[in-house]
Design a protein around this ligand. Structure first.
Ligand SMILES: *[C@@H]1O[C@H](CO)[C@@H](O)[C@H](O)[C@H]1NC(C)=O
Ligand SMILES: *[C@@H]1O[C@H](CO)[C@@H](O)[C@H](O)[C@H]1NC(C)=O
Ligand SMILES: *[C@@H]1O[C@H](CO)[C@@H](O)[C@H](O)[C@H]1NC(C)=O
Ligand SMILES: *[C@@H]1O[C@H](CO)[C@@H](O)[C@H](O)[C@H]1NC(C)=O
Length: 349
């Protein structure tokens, strides 16, 4: 089957390059898909160096379109769509944008830092939801910077940490300042964090604490790859934090209480469906093995009472709901949807 469709794509490609026009009765199904692929290429400004690459990408695109259309069933709580990732296989997507989370808590140094910071920051963030309002949206309170893009780099962990710091900084000082992910990606080395190859938001907050602060996005702009640490910028402190606080894990009530106070960094499983999320309340499929870091900037429920978390992602504004995803809240599993409630953290000023 694969060979047949590969051949078909080659024929289509050859005709395309030769400027031949196929009539619909010769190839009734694939012509529209090829048109759609080319429209997508134009929309996302994607070009390929060779006809072979074009052919291979068209194949991948076709598979993804099939997946998206299969998932978009009537009655689903959310919708998938073609986005900037439509010509990537699941493996390529995972390798470039996601990460393998190793266990921070297993490292003795990380444990020591946790205890130390928690003492300094206090041990609040408990499970009392009595005072938490029914809905919160830190975007409407000006505590969330515009959606950013991590580009072709597995640095989501730095973006989630920075969004948490930006939030608490605005809440404490009244000023919303876009802060530098690149400083963390370049300079936080030798511990749990590995630049574009993954890391932990909680460790990044620790690093910012030890460094004494973090500079602005404009002072140390994001470039989408790990480079040499610009050490002359390490003393530019646009925002300072005292440490970071772990929220009680596997308890959506505790997460709600924490988010009522400030944006909170969480880790989730970003599955293939998540890759193509377009709108609605995301409810899986996904499991609780986490490979992506994002920031919860609020929560609420829609007019028919379906509860959700408002989650800021770092894949640009063209992904999801203008860069955000609403994720199902109040699920039966204590881990929350996609593991969202397993290990939340926030920065403390
Ligand atoms: C499209 O991509 C080309 C080649 O990568 C680049 O030179 C050009 O600036 C891009 N155009 C837009 C509108 O992004
Ligand atoms: C609320 O969300 C659910 C689940 O996504 C959806 O089925 C329903 O149509 C939504 N209701 C409104 C009023 O948007
Ligand atoms: C995320 O969940 C999906 C669907 O359950 C699964 O296929 C994928 O392997 C998970 N990711 C990780 C890193 O386990
Ligand atoms: C999630 O899915 C992946 C791949 O299917 C699997 O390796 C992993 O063990 C799953 N995690 C859980 C907690 O089920």
């Amino acid at each position: 089957m694969a060979t047949t469709s590969a051949l078909l794509a080659l024929v289509l490609l050859a005709s395309l390059l030769a400027g031949t026009v196929f009539s619909d009765d010769i190839v009734p199904i694939h012509i529209p898909l090829l048109d759609r692929f080319q429209a997508w290429q134009a929309e996302y400004n994607r070009t390929y160096a060779t006809p072979e690459e074009f052919q291979q990408r068209f194949m991948v695109y076709s598979e993804n379109v099939k997946f998206i259309e299969t998932m978009n069933q009537p009655g689903s709580s959310y919708e998938l769509g073609e986005n900037q990732f439509a010509d990537l296989t699941e493996e390529e997507f995972k390798d470039t944008y996601l990460m393998k989370l190793d266990n921070v808590a297993s490292s003795p140094e990380a444990m020591a830092l946790t205890v130390d910071t928690m003492n300094r920051a206090g041990t609040s963030g408990g499970s009392n939801t009595n005072e938490a309002p029914n809905s919160v949206d830190w975007r409407t309170k000006g505590a969330v910077t515009p959606v950013k893009s991590q580009q072709h780099c597995g640095s989501c962990w730095a973006f989630a940490a920075v969004a948490s710091i930006e939030g608490v900084h605005k809440i404490k000082t009244g000023r919303l300042v876009s802060l530098s992910e690149q400083e963390i990606v370049d300079c936080d080395r030798g511990g749990n964090n590995h630049g574009c190859h993954g890391g932990h938001s909680s460790s990044a907050m620790e690093w910012v604490t030890r460094n004494g602060g973090l500079t602005t996005e404009s002072d140390y702009p994001y470039v989408g790859r790990q480079g040499q640490c610009m050490s002359d910028k390490l003393g530019h402190h646009a925002a300072k934090i005292r440490g970071r606080q772990a929220v009680q894990g596997k308890n959506e009530g505790a997460l709600q209480h924490a988010v009522a106070g400030r944006p909170v960094a969480v880790s989730i499983n970003a599955s293939r469906a998540f890759q193509f999320y377009k709108r609605g309340i995301f409810s899986g499929p996904c499991n609780t093995t986490r490979n992506h870091a994002v920031t919860v900037v609020g929560y609420g429920a829609n007019a028919s009472g379906h509860k959700y978390w408002i989650v800021k992602n770092s894949w640009g504004e063209r992904w999801g709901e203008k860069g955000y995803v609403r994720m199902q809240r109040g699920v039966r599993a204590r881990e929350g949807v996609c593991g969202i409630a397993i290990a939340p953290f926030y920065a403390v000023m």
